[in-house]
Ligand binder design. Sequence first.
Ligand code: FDA
Length: 389
Amino acid sequence: MEFQTVILGAGAAGLMCAAHAGPGVLLVDHARAPGEKIRISGGGRCNFTNMHATPENFLSQNPHFAKSALARYTQWDFIDLVDRHAIAWHEKTLGQLFCDGSAKQIVAMLLAELDRAGAGLWLNTSLRELRKTDDGFALDLDRDGARCRVSCRNLVLATGGKSIPKMGATGLAYDIARQFDLPLTETRPALVPLTFDNARFAALAGVALPARLSNARTSFDEALLFTHRGLSGPAILQLSSYWREGEEIRANLIPDLPLMDLLRAQRQSAGRRQLGTELARHLPARLVDHLATFLPLTGRLADQSDTALAALVDALADWVLTPSGSEGYRTAEVTLGGIDTSALSSRSMQARSVPGLYAIGEAVDVTGWLGGFNFQWAWSSGHAAGTAI
Ligand code: FDA
């Protein structure tokens, strides 16, 4: 069977690309349903974009690469699409937009766009072999257990990254990139909880608080969550994309709290109160118990000198921690790295050295922050390739 374009991967980027790639499009996926990550995203409500998305919210070896696609299909273009399909949405925090109802509405919207474009969708279909031909590509597919040969002029790699293998993530896009000698950058789990040895924070599991998490490269003010295995919550997920094994991270547990002033005032008015009791008015009590195992939190407020209070405030504002690792691809929201952007046109996502071969979405070395940025990259890069085809 002949097609103009075959798109491998019916996820966010592939569905978007198929809706714009003109006639003769076949979308192929080995899963039983399209857009599975969309369906489970954002706690079932899909954080489908971010109102404040700019190229600065993305990591890549070439920070300029994403600019063109993001500028030509913006968050406002996607919001328009969502509005045209009468899907109600709201801003949760920090510009993050979620469906009022269900993430399934976004999948249904993209499938309706796919139908409108007349594109075909083959699920339960995997690739057995791929060859370059004189005028395109020949694919040997396994469709519902039956062998099937397909040829096409354009081939789009949209099979995503390696995160959550249980959901069918594979390294297929990277394998095909290698087959065609496209360079890859190192891939690693990102937007992922960080782990610590010896169940260090197990007693704190479930404790959450606003914090500033930073390292030498960057800093994020968001919620910090203690887990049985270590640290999570938006602040840690964000920082994980900038963290490397063996490096320290720093936690400011009182980013917006004038704690020194508060402690001094209470020393005046409630000097007989225990220091630990006073701290537990500002921080979760279980966290204060944990901090008391290595900080001097005993004694009454009245017994604390300014120097002692200042040292305590400094320690709470700069808690230095060295994670032992991350939870890995099992729970990572995304894969950092991928197909090297130097091999692709930033306008069309086409491989410079292989005419007709395109790569979009998470498979490419462009990774967004937490907060709807990764879907925005999927929409923008899918649109860039689709309209170029
Ligand atoms: P995606 O992973 O969506 O699609 C790839 C498709 O290729 C899948 O359908 C897969 O089955 C198919 N495939 C893979 N290997 C194949 C093979 N060998 N043969 C055939 N088909 C194959 N982002 C965001 O912006 N807001 C959010 O709320 C969330 N929430 C979120 C929650 C969770 C739990 C995860 C894991 C991730 C998120 N993300 C997110 C990230 C977001 O889901 C991700 O960045 C996009 O889905 C990437 O879109 P792609 O189309 O590139 O890959």
